[in-house]
Design a binder for this molecule. Structure first.
Ligand code: CAA
Ligand code: NAD
Length: 289
C-alpha cells in the first residue's frame, strides 16, 4: 500500500511548482519549501493562475480547485516538512548542493519516508551516499517540464536504493496520473543522455552560422515535428540547467562529444537563462513575443 498523505517539495522553481500542483490536484497534502521568499511567492501566484485556468477549461470542477488550493502550503524552512511521507527535491542541478540537502534530510527522516530527487542528470548513487542511514530510501523521480502536461516520470534506482522504494515511487507516480518508466543510474539517465546533446548541437550549429536561431528552430519544428525547436526548448528548460547537465555528461562520461557549447556558457555568464530571466536565446521581455 502506498501510505502517503503528505508530500514535501523542496524547490519552488518551475519543476517544484509543477510537481506540487500535480500532487495537490491528486489529493495529497503538499508543503513547498524554498530558500527564496520571492520564488515561493511566484510559485503560489502561478498555482492560483494555473489551477483557475484548469477550471476555465473544464478540466477541474470548482470544488476540486478549492480542494487543491487548500492542500498547498508554502514555507521557507525545512522545519515545516517534518510530517511528510515523501520528500521530492527539485533544487538547483548542482551535486554538492543536493548532497548537502540529502545529508540533512537523512538526519530528519529516520522512518520509512521516501527521499526522491528530481535531478536531470546527477548520479542517484552519489546523492544517496550523502544520505547516511537512509540511502536505501533515496530514488530518482524525474518529472518533465511542464509537469502538469508531461506524462513521463523516469524512475532511477541507485546502487543502494531498495526494491521497496522503487515500487513505492512507481505507485506514487501512478497516483499522480503519470507514467513511470525505469532507467538505470547513468549520467543523464535516458532522457538527457539523448536530449541534451541534441540541444547542445543546436547551439554549435548556431555558433557556426548554419542558421539563425529562429530558422534553426523552425526547421526542426516543421522538419521533425518537434513541438518546440531545440533552442526554444533550451530557454524553456533554463540555460543554466542545460549547462549543468552538459557538465555532468562531459565529466562523468569523459567523452569530448559532450563538451558544452561555448555559446551556452556565454549566455549563462551574461545571466540570460531563458524564460526564467526573460531572455535567453530569444527575448521574452515583450509580451507579444
Ligand atoms: N506549466 C503548466 N502548464 C503549461 C505550461 C507550463 N509552463 N505551458 C503550457 N502549459 C499547458 C497549459 O495547460 C496550456 O493550455 P492553456 O494555454 O490553455 O492554459 C497547454 O499546455 C498548451 O499550451 P500552449 O497552447 O501555450 O502551447 P503548446 O500547445 O505549444 O504546448 C507545450 C506547450 C506543452 C510546452 C509544448 O510546446 C511542448 O510539449 N513542448 C516540449 C516540452 C518538452 O520537450 N519538455 C521536456 C523538456 S526536458 C525535461 O523536462 C527534462 C529535463 O531534465 C531537462
Ligand atoms: P529553477 O531554477 O526554476 O528552481 C530551483 C529552485 O530551487 C529556486 O527557486 C531556488 O531558490 C531553489 N533552491 C536552490 N537551492 C536551494 C536549497 N538549497 N534549498 C531550497 N531551495 C533551493 O530550477 P528547475 O528548472 O525547477 O529545476 C530544479 C531541478 O529539476 C533541477 O535538478 C533540474 O535539473 C531538474 N529538472 C529540470 C527540468 C527543466 O526543464 N527545467 C526538467 C526536469 C528536471
Amino acid at each position: 500500500m502506498l501510505n502517503v498523505k503528505t508530500i514535501a517539495v523542496i524547490g519552488a522553481g518551475q519543476m517544484g511548482g509543477g510537481i506540487a500542483q500535480v500532487a495537490a490536484v491528486s489529493g495529497f497534502k503538499v508543503v513547498v519549501v524554498d530558500a527564496s521568499a520571492g520564488a515561493l511567492g511566484r510559485c503560489q501566484e502561478n498555482h492560483g493562475k494555473r489551477l483557475a485556468r484548469e477550471v476555465e477549461k473544464g478540466k477541474l470542477k470548482q470544488a476540486e480547485f478549492e480542494a487543491a488550493v487548500s492542500h498547498l502550503n508554502y514555507s521557507g524552512t525545512l522545519d515545516d516538512i517534518k510530517g511528510a511521507d515523501v520528500i521530492v527535491e527539485a533544487i538547483v542541478e548542482e551535486a554538492p548542493v543536493k548532497r548537502e540537502l540529502f545529508g540533512r534530510l537523512a538526519k530528519m527522516f529516520t522512518g520509512s519516508q521516501i527521499l526522491a530527487s528530481n535531478t536531470s542528470s546527477i548520479s542517484i548513487t552519489e546523492i544517496a551516499a550523502a544520505a547516511h542511514g537512509a540511502s536505501d530510501r533515496v530514488v530518482g523521480m524525474h518529472f518533465f517540464n511542464p509537469v502538469p502536461v508531461m506524462k513521463l516520470v523516469e524512475v532511477i534506482k541507485g546502487l543502494q536504493t531498495s526494491d521497496a522504494t522503487v515500487h513505492r515511487v512507481i505507485e506514487l507516480a501512478k497516483a499522480m496520473g503519470k507514467t513511470p518508466i525505469p532507467a538505470n543510474d547513468r549520467p543523464g539517465f535516458v532522457s538527457n543522455r539523448v536530449l541534451m546533446p541534441l540541444i547542445n548541437e543546436a547551439f554549435y550549429a548556431w555558433m557556426e552560422g548554419v542558421a539563425e536561431p529562429a530558422n534553426l528552430d523552425e526547421i526542426m519544428k516543421l522538419g521533425c515535428n518537434f513541438p518546440m525547436g531545440p533552442l526554444r526548448l533550451a530557454d524553456f528548460i533554463g540555460l543554466d540547467t542545460c549547462l549543468h547537465i552538459m557538465h555532468v555528461l562531459h565529466r562523468d562520461l569523459g567523452d569530448p562529444k559532450f563538451r558544452p557549447c561555448p555559446l551556452i556558457r556565454q549566455l549563462v555568464a551574461a545571466g540570460r537563462l531563458g524564460d526564467k530571466t526573460g531572455r535567453g536565446v530569444f527575448d521574452y521581455s515583450h509580451p507579444a513575443k
